[in-house]
Design a protein. Structure first.
Length: 172
């Protein structure tokens, strides 16, 4: 649970771009196609006389296959959904989910933010407007998150609250 400080408001919750989920999603859909192909080829491999004996084993195997696939889908979605940045008016909270029961939470006070860098590499990132954003502080570790949409909005929000006196809005 996130405990906000006095007079602190949540400005943005930043997660990775939907395209970061698309690759594994396509792989998952391909894995779903394996059982129908297997069932279509089964009559050619197993004689019909022994099919009655093997059918419960095939059903058990398919149920186990779909159960494992569902668990991996749940795990992947959980890691995607819980890995985020929470940008508040006072700090940036970096939540990195490493597994179901492993999480690392770090935070940077807004007044310590020295630099915000945006990296966009390649045609796909340019067209879909996503990339990597890095926040650096003086003498401390660098926070970054890859595959994030709305880079300029995030950067402007961080700079507005980190250095409110020096921000000039630039629209690109």
């Amino acid at each position: 649970m996130l405990n906000l400080q006095e007079n602190e408001t949540v400005l943005m919750v930043v997660r990775k771009h939907w395209l970061m989920v698309a690759g594994p999603g396509i792989f998952f859909l391909l894995l779903i196609l394996i059982p129908p192909v297997f069932l279509a080829l089964t009559p050619f491999v197993i004689p019909s006389s022994s099919m009655e004996k093997v059918e419960p084993l095939i059903n058990f195997g398919l149920a186990l296959y779909f159960m494992v696939l569902t668990v991996f889908l749940f795990l992947f979605w959980t890691l995607y959904y819980l890995d985020m940045w929470i940008i508040t008016s006072n700090r940036i909270i970096d939540i990195e989910q490493h597994g179901l029961f492993s999480r690392e939470i770090s935070e940077i006070p807004m007044i310590r933010v020295q630099d915000v860098t945006i990296e966009i590499h390649g045609l796909l990132e340019t067209l879909l407007k996503f990339g990597t954003i890095r926040v650096q502080t003086a003498g401390e570790r660098e926070f970054f998150i890859k595959g994030v949409p709305k880079l300029y909005e995030i950067k402007n929000t961080i700079l507005k609250y980190a250095h409110p006196e020096s921000i000039t809005k630039v629209s690109i």
